[in-house]
Design a protein around this ligand. Structure first.
Ligand SMILES: Cc1cc2nc3c(=O)[nH]c(=O)nc-3n(C[C@H](O)[C@H](O)[C@H](O)COP(=O)(O)OP(=O)(O)OC[C@H]3O[C@@H](n4cnc5c(N)ncnc54)[C@H](O)[C@@H]3O)c2cc1C
Length: 415
């Protein structure tokens, strides 16, 4: 009898793994991908779009155009998972499976800035678009005020309302741009630093005097251990460019164009670019047993095989797992290769095991034409910490093309 492999989530990890599984399993299994929407977004475009380095619309596509002909797409919202019954509950009825792949990504949580003016939570497309509009008006000679200015909020809601005027930036009174990182795990932990540096680069290139600050809970701008060499290089770039990093800053409140930390520090802003807090989707933590064995509150996987640590016939990849690596599409890609190989071996009874090596990569864009390519696996750092044009071209030109045309279609995932 043909098995049904049900993949939850048609984001980066789910789409890559579904296509590879369909190829590897051939007619041995039916591959079904379930997502609440067929709209697929290349998420790195969220920090590129505001500064004119990519267009969100060009990186928003129908995932059904990227699934192999035999992979079935089902549009539904997952509301619960029962591995004992091999059943997934959705808003549109229950779906049975023989093997389950969980790839539901990260869920953003609303921050304490709802309704505040000139706040741009750029980890959501609405925030990124609103920031691009404000910056365009600013460098176009108006002050960022517009009765129809969208005020971005978390959760995909965009309201409209009047924004107060931005001051005319001068050398004495530069435009204050503040980026903050939340506590806990975030997708692409380098993106906040990229946003801060790209903002400074963009404003300086347009002759807008600015003072840019990145604030976050950690003492290091990028990290320690296997990230240490990239952190050092990045800290030098921050110093050279006059971009400030404030460590030990946990956002507690936002009001009157001030961000306040839990210990009472305040940073004043004209433009505020918060990274929204993120978590494993509530449907997994609250409506499934799949996170119970994880101290981090994510789906508990074997960090090399991507099999679930306790639930039989369940596998997971991407941002919703507790694999101890950076939550990036680069990691999801290599996880997809190992997962597909291992699931195929389980279906066919082949004595074969593929291992994910912990690889994750993050091109740290520092200014137009320059980036530091950070990459590491479970053993440590992989690339030299060098600011180069090649790394910029890789991130802005090569990787988006590879993502859409090669990786998403399930090819070259393990290399
Ligand atoms: C601003 C930003 C910049 C980034 N930059 C980079 C970068 O430069 N390099 C890099 O490698 N990575 C980057 N990333 C991270 C990368 O995008 C993620 O790591 C990757 O998308 C994770 O893939 P995933 O499949 O786990 O989750 P996602 O791609 O987020 O997919 C999750 C899918 O699950 C669906 N879903 C969720 N809940 C439900 C439900 N209840 N029912 C049905 N469907 C549901 C969603 O609709 C979505 O399609 C960035 C992310 C962001 C936000």
């Amino acid at each position: 009898m043909t098995e049904r492999v049900l993949v939850l989530g048609a984001g980066a990890g789910g789409t890559m793994v579904a296509n590879r599984l369909d190829r590897e399993l051939g007619g041995l299994a039916e591959v079904v991908v379930l997502d609440r929407t067929p709209t697929h977004r290349y998420q790195p475009a969220f920090y590129l779009h505001p500064f004119g380095h990519a267009d969100i619309d060009a990186h928003t596509r129908d995932v059904r155009d990227y699934l192999r002909a035999d992979v079935r797409f089902r549009e539904a919202t997952v509301t619960g998972i029962d591995p004992g019954e091999r059943m997934v509950a959705t808003g549109d009825g229950s779906v049975e499976y023989d093997r389950l792949v969980v790839a539901l990504g990260h869920e953003t949580v609303a921050g304490p800035w709802a309704g505040e003016p000139h706040v741009y939570p750029f980890y959501r497309p609405e925030g990124a678009r609103a920031l691009e509009e404000t910056l365009s008006r600013l460098v176009g000679g108006t002050d960022g005020t517009d009765a129809e200015t969208p005020v971005a909020a978390d959760g995909g809601v965009a309201t409209t309302g009047a924004e107060p005027s931005l001051p005319t930036p001068t050398a004495e009174r530069p435009l204050r741009v503040v980026v903050t990182e939340p506590e806990g795990s975030v997708s692409c932990s380098g993106a906040p630093a990229k946003a801060a540096l790209l903002a400074e680069d963009y404003l300086t290139a347009h002759d807008v005097p600015c003072a840019v600050t990145l604030a976050g809970p950690d003492d290091h701008v990028f990290g320690t251990g296997k990230k240490a060499r990239y952190d050092e290089e990045l800290a030098d770039v921050f110093d050279t460019r006059g971009v400030t990093y404030e460590g030990g800053f946990v956002v507690d409140g936002v009001a009157d164009q001030r961000v306040e930390s839990e210990d009472g520090q305040t940073i004043e802003y004209d433009l505020y670019l918060p990274v929204s807090p993120q978590r494993c989707p509530a449907v997994l933590t609250d409506e499934s047993p799949l996170t119970a064995a994880s101290d981090e509150g994510y789906v508990a996987v074997d960090p090399e095989t991507m099999r679930h640590r306790t639930a039989d016939r369940v596998y997971a990849l991407g941002d919703c797992t507790d694999a101890p690596t950076s939550k990036t599409a680069a990691a999801a890609r290599k996880q997809a290769a190992a997962l597909a190989d291992n699931l195929t071996a389980d279906v066919t009874g082949r004595a074969y095991e593929s291992r994910y090596d912990g690889f994750a990569a993050c091109p740290l864009l520092t200014e137009e034409g320059k980036a530091i390519l950070a990459g590491y696996d479970y053993d440590g750092a992989k690339f030299p910490a060098v600011e180069s044009r090649v790394s910029w071209l890789a991130d802005v030109e090569a990787i988006p093309r590879l993502y859409w045309q090669v990786w998403l279609r399930g090819y070259l995932l393990g290399v």
